[in-house]
Every structure is written in C-alpha cells, then in structure tokens.
Design a protein around this ligand. Structure first.
Ligand SMILES: [Zn+2]
Length: 133
C-alpha cells in the first residue's frame, strides 16, 4: 500500500498484516501504518532506544508515549501538507480516534481539528436570533 508521509514529503510503501487484521482496509489502517512508519523512521531514539529503554521502563508504556508523539507530529504535518485536502485532514483526525491509547494532548489536538467543522454545521442549523437569549 502506498501512503503519503507528511514528514518524508512523499510516497512510502507500507504493509502490516497485523494492523490490517485489526482495522481492515480502512483509513484507520492507513493512519495506523503511518504512525508505525513514523515511529521507525522519524524517531531516531526509537530503534536505538528500545533495548535501552526495555531495561528501565515498561516497553508498552514507552511505545504509547512514542506513538502519541508520532500522532501529534503527523497531525501537524498533514495540516501543512498540500497533499491533504481539508476533508482528508478531518478524515485522518477522525480515523485517529479509533486508535488505542490516545493521550490527553493527542485527543485535544484531534478535537481542535474535528470540532470546528461540527460546530459550523450545527450553527448553520440554528437561526442566529435564537442564540441571543
Ligand atoms: Zn515518513
């Protein structure tokens, strides 16, 4: 599967049988693959650090931390990347909500991307005079 990484600024090839078995052929699968790609290619301390970290920390806790960092960096990246349309960005952020272990900072960032869109749709629905009471 070809993915567009906003950090590499181009197409990357990525497949994961494991992630596909969880998410199927969905946008969440693509987002999960990008997070994994980011962790391995854009976090220099990750590959080098795993054996070191394993001695002192719980690896799963470390991985969750790195993944959350990756998620936020990817969101920042796609916001600036002309490859992604405004709808792509909303879809990407929404799909990210399906991933496990989003921390507070990540959820906050996802919400700042998703919520304004929902609000404007809701506002269109109400007569502005009714909002004044
Ligand atoms: Zn990349």
């Amino acid at each position: 599967m070809k993915l567009h990484c906003p950090i590499c600024k181009g197409k990357i090839q990525y497949e994961s049988q494991y992630l596909r078995s969880i998410f199927g052929d969905s946008i969440t699968y693509k987002v999960a693959c990008l997070v994994t790609h980011y962790r391995h290619y854009h976090v220099s301390y990750y590959n080098n650090g795993v054996s070191y970290v394993a001695k002192f920390y719980d690896y799963s806790v470390f991985k969750i931390k790195v993944n959350n960092r990756a998620k936020r960096q990817l969101l920042r990246g796609i916001l600036k990347d002309p490859y992604y349309s405004p709808d792509d960005i909303i879809n990407f952020a929404t799909a990210m909500l399906q991933l496990q272990y989003n921390d507070e900072k990540t959820l906050e960032m996802i919400n700042t991307i998703i919520v304004p869109k929902q609000k404007s749709t809701l506002d269109d629905f109400f007569d502005p005079i009714e909002n004044e009471s």
